[in-house]
Design a binder for this molecule. Structure first.
Ligand SMILES: [Zn+2]
Length: 144
């Protein structure tokens, strides 16, 4: 490895891939050789190793009983906010009036389909990600 990966935006992800075990053996060896002579990369890799050890030792709590309901509620709220904020209201008003007329004139639709079942491992990962994001935003607001 001729150049330090931390000095180039394109190659900086090599260090993360290395720590996550996503590099092939040749790339890993080259990066390790570089880190022997580069203090910044060695420090970065040491930090990543510590982080992975902490994450590996971290025991997750079981998914709460109403996690799936809360997850879908948040997902719906997030997509609703995006959807509503992008609307220009003037052309939507006649459409809403037309939809109201149709809704009154037509029999009601059966209840909407329930959300698809969630893979529990993916659900745990998603809940963890949400909690991490909450924690990061709290940290960020404390640092301001
Ligand atoms: Zn380096």
């Amino acid at each position: 490895m001729r150049n330090c990966p931390l000095q180039h935006e394109d190659s900086a992800s090599l260090l993360l891939d290395h720590s996550a075990g996503h590099l092939d053996a040749d790339q890993s060896r080259a990066l390790n050789r570089h880190a022997e002579t580069c203090g910044r990369c060695r420090a970065f890799l040491d930090q990543q190793d510590r982080l992975w050890r902490v994450l590996d030792a971290w025991e997750t709590e079981p998914v709460s009983f109403d996690f799936q309901r809360r997850f879908w509620l948040r997902a719906e709220q997030a997509s609703a906010i995006r959807w509503w904020s992008g609307i220009s209201w003037k052309p939507a008003i006649p459409l809403a009036a037309l939809a109201l007329c149709l809704a009154i004139g037509l029999p009601r639709r059966p209840t909407p389909n329930p959300p698809p079942p969630v893979d529990m491992a993916a659900a745990e990962a998603a809940e963890q990600a949400i909690e991490d994001l909450d924690m990061l935003s709290q940290l960020q607001s404390q640092m301001k």
